[in-house]
Design a protein around this ligand. Structure first.
Ligand SMILES: Cc1cc2nc3c(=O)[nH]c(=O)nc-3n(C[C@H](O)[C@H](O)[C@H](O)COP(=O)(O)OP(=O)(O)OC[C@H]3O[C@@H](n4cnc5c(N)ncnc54)[C@H](O)[C@@H]3O)c2cc1C
Length: 672
């Protein structure tokens, strides 16, 4: 008899544990396939430590092929599931499609950033759900402190050194706690203007930090945050995010270049497409983690609404602890359904408590309900994480040790750009790349990710003179990261070739009316007067408008790919980042200057040229230090939109990145 085919989608806490348990249980009696976009399991709870420079990024990953014997790893993202045919269609990392057949399917695709309909957030905030976002934040924060230290103007200095985190759940709380330590350490070595200290703000509409957790845990975290200097503002959120700062719900305008969006997560949109009963965006399963009426279909982790047998009428929360334990039960029940294991079991759990790492030796923990603070909590927390990680423990411990005795490395590598980690994405685990699969589908792009790179790096230090801000809701530039293809995975940036009309659907940056997955909470298109609030000098494209294309000197929204063809930062030439993918592109054979190829000077990934991120700013470049005797670029007056494809204003201005200053901003409430 042929061996049954078990397909697991997602290698996070739930999927990894399912695969590992099944591998041990079946011992070669089943074909186990694991589909995941990356070749690693990501230990998400330590992500704030990556952003704060405590841990190097690979420490929080565990190789799937090294640790899952007898499991076939397929790299890719599930795009469509045909339940009747028992087949799943996926897109691989280089844009190629594939189909996998199964006898049992386990869905464990996790969750994605949650958006709220708050003006400006989609454009100016960054989420915190994946490794690219953590790397981006580490670089961005480092850069802001460096720019602040060099700023002549106290206002600019203060704005750059104000970091706003929205959402005081465990993610936001840990990000703010670690962030304050990280930036304080930086300014100790490179002081800011006299008396100035980086300010981290933690906002939430809830009355207390860690609102969904035990009150003692919350009180401990609150005390540690305040003692450390974090500006904790509960009952407050963001009403609007702009390029220059955020408008709080109490009316205050906070100038900042950094908005970290930790308002929580929502289940991966993959499950929405199945047409099966859902509970708040999660796929409804029975206590055996099986989808009712579909004996071949199981779901676990964040994507599944699993009845909480300890609290009848509710569902288990979206936490790593539950996902990890779901995975084991799902595996046992899959094996049982194939006659390869014992009897089926319902999912039951015992609350083991929670740990929140607050940086240094500080933490808040309540193991088995015993509240701990200070050093004992710190020891328990780190011990818990080491025990819970399925691998790489020695390296993690070594990094902790080094961090205790050596100063942190405050250098920015600039490998993850603002546009490559948009908040509105269904693939937070993957950074978008120039020449990614989406570009191969539409080489007639009017603008490209190379443009985005330039845009991403062009913000003037004072933030003035901006124009041409793209907005979520703008017509996506074709061939942009974010304009691509997937039909069932909004924002996934992968896909099958489709018509131009089709490509707008389901993509960030596409018409919001069609791209919004049900219940996603993505902002509605807004009117100009509404969106313009708090954004002086920033004429922008409107929802549904075609984005302002290729305006020299136009400052793009931070998360949005920028300008267009033929413009500084516009569509690059063939073989350039963001242009028509040349051979050797991701997905093809990488060309020189291309990600994956041998980098040329002055190209992203290459040795930084003058004026490149990480390099000395070029003179005479848009956004860079003006060349001697050259006039400053004139800001476009509001409403005076230059035509698309307008030539550069200065003959010497060359396409490409110049001075890197991503932006961010923020707002809302939440928990994660
Ligand atoms: C920064 C942060 C800190 C956290 N800290 C804690 C904590 O301290 N304690 C705690 O209990 N919980 C914590 N959580 C929550 C916890 O990490 C999640 O609840 C848990 O990861 C859910 O597990 P999962 O397996 O469902 O999803 P994930 O672990 O997110 O895994 C999902 C996997 O599916 C893959 N995937 C997604 N879409 C597809 C697709 N279409 N096709 C194929 N594969 C796909 C993803 O790449 C990923 O590998 C934290 C979360 C974050 C973001």
């Amino acid at each position: 008899m042929s061996r049954p085919r078990i397909l697991i989608v997602g290698a996070g806490f739930a999927g990894y544990r399912t695969a590992r348990t099944l591998s041990r249980m079946t011992r070669g009696r089943a074909h186990i396939t694991l589909l995941n976009p990356t070749d690693y399991f990501l230990y998400l709870p330590l992500l704030p430590q990556v952003a704060a420079g405590v841990l190097e990024p690979r420490r929080v990953t565990v190789s799937l092929s090294d640790t899952l014997p007898n499991v076939r790893l397929v790299l890719g993202e599930a795009e469509r599931i045909d339940l009747d045919d028992r087949t799943l269609h996926y897109t691989g990392p280089e844009g190629e499609g594939g189909t996998l057949a199964y006898d049992r399917l386990v869905l464990a695709a996790g969750s994605v950033n949650k958006l709220l309909p708050i003006p400006g957030v989609a454009e100016h905030a960054h989420g915190f759900r994946g490794l690219p976002e953590a790397l981006y934040l580490r670089d961005h924060v480092t850069r802001q402190v460096e720019l602040a230290a060099a700023a002549d103007d106290p206002k600019t200095c203060a704005a750059r050194c104000t970091f706003v985190v929205v959402g005081a759940g465990y993610t936001g709380t840990e990000v703010a706690a670690h962030g304050q330590m990280f930036t304080d350490a930086q300014v100790r070595r490179h002081p800011l203007r006299r008396g100035m200290r980086p300010r981290w703000m933690l906002l939430d509409v809830a009355p207390r930090v860690l609102p969904e957790m035990d009150e003692k845990l919350s009180a401990t975290a609150d005390r540690v945050l305040r003692e450390r200097g974090v500006d904790v503002r509960m009952g407050t959120s963001v009403k609007e995010a702009t390029h220059d700062g955020v408008v709080l719900t109490d009316g205050e305008f906070v100038e900042t270049r950094t908005l970290v969006w930790c308002v929580g997560v929502r289940p991966d949109p993959l499950v929405e497409s199945l047409g099966l009963p859902m509970e708040k965006g999660r796929l409804l399963v029975d206590p055996h983690l099986q989808v009712p009426g579909r004996p071949e279909l199981f779901a676990c982790g964040d994507v599944a609404a699993v009845p909480d047998l300890e609290k009848p009428g509710s569902y288990t929360p979206m936490t790593a602890q539950h996902a990890w334990r779901h995975g084991k039960v799902a595996a046992e029940n899959v094996a049982a359904s194939l006659g390869l294991g014992g009897a089926r079991k319902p999912y039951r759990h015992r609350d083991l408590g929670f740990v929140v790492d607050l940086g240094g030796a500080k933490a808040a923990a309540n193991p088995l309900g015993v509240p701990l603070a200070g050093v004992p909590a710190g020891v328990v927390t780190r011990g818990y994480h080491l025990a819970a990680m399925p691998g790489n423990r020695v390296r993690v411990a070594a990094d902790w040790l080094l961090d205790a005795v050596l100063p942190r490395q405050a250098v920015q590598l600039g490998l993850v750009r603002s546009w490559s980690v948009p908040l509105d994405t269904s693939s937070p685990e993957l950074a978008r790349v120039p020449g990614g699969p989406e570009q191969r589908q539409e080489v007639s792009a009017r603008s490209g990710p190379g443009a985005a790179i330039a845009a991403d790096t062009r913000e003037g230090e004072t933030g003035t003179g901006g124009s041409g801000q793209g907005r979520a809701g703008d017509e996506p530039a074709k061939g942009q990261p974010g304009s691509g293809t997937a039909s069932t995975r909004p924002g996934s940036g992968t896909a099958e070739p489709r018509s131009e009309a089709e490509t707008a659907k389901g993509r960030p940056g596409a018409d919001p009316a069609v791209r919004r997955p049900p219940g996603s909470g993505i902002a509605e298109p807004r009117s100009e007067p509404e969106t313009a609030k708090g954004r002086p000098n920033a004429p922008r494209s409107q929802a549904g408008d075609e984005p302002t294309k290729g305006q020299p000197g136009g400052e793009p929204a931070r998360n949005q790919p920028g300008p267009a063809k033929g413009q500084p930062g516009g569509e690059p030439a063939k073989g350039q980042p963001g242009g028509e993918p040349a051979k050797r592109q991701p997905g093809g054979e990488p060309a020189r200057n291309q990600p994956g190829g041998e980098p040329a000077k002055g190209q992203p990934g290459g040795e930084p040229a003058r004026g490149q991120p990480g390099g000395e700013p070029a003179r005479n470049q848009p956004g860079g230090e003006p060349a001697k005797n050259q006039p400053e670029p004139t800001p476009q007056p509001p409403g005076d939109k230059p035509p698309a494809d307008q030539p550069p204003p200065e003959p010497g201005a060359a396409p490409g990145p110049v001075k890197r200053t991503d932006v961010p901003d923020d707002s809302a409430k939440g928990d994660s």
